[in-house]
Design a protein around this ligand. Structure first.
Ligand code: 9YT
Length: 132
């Protein structure tokens, strides 16, 4: 069994920083359960463009308030505590945080650990595992 806390995991290399967010990757490919699980904080008053061409992602909002736009259709959905959105079609999307957002995110296939967005907002399929 794997048992970890956000507090402890956040003090390791599993905490990854980007311009508009940080993410504590509590489960990674190296944990060998077939998905990765992250607690992501999106900073207030930011806009993040993402397009996970190589992954499926499920995102559950724990706290904060924002909205998500599906680039292909222009549809906009509120993101508030209790909302789940799933990028089941590798949808290009823009996440706008009105306040700081706390999100629980699951990726399939699992991330290796060091991924940050490329210019198109994607993560590569292969990446370097974090050193632990
Ligand atoms: C919602 C979202 O995808 N934010 C970007 C960070 C990502 N969740 C990650 O790498 O943990």
């Amino acid at each position: 069994m794997i048992v970890r806390t956000l507090q402890q995991t956040g003090q390791t290399a599993r905490r990854v920083e980007a311009e508009t967010w940080n993410s504590v990757r509590m489960l990674l490919k190296s944990d060998a359960v077939g998905f990765s699980f992250h607690i992501t904080t999106i900073y207030a008053n930011t806009t993040t463009d993402m397009h996970y061409k190589n992954h499926f992602e499920a995102v559950y909002c724990i706290g904060g308030s924002g909205e998500i736009e599906v680039q292909a259709t222009g549809e906009v959905f509120p993101v508030t505590p209790g909302t789940l959105y799933v990028l089941n079609k590798h949808d290009a999307h823009q996440l706008r945080a009105h306040t700081e957002l706390q999100l629980a995110c699951v990726f399939n296939p699992p991330l290796h650990g060091t991924e940050t967005h490329d210019a198109s907002g994607a993560y590569p399929l292969e990446a370097t595992a974090i050193a632990e």
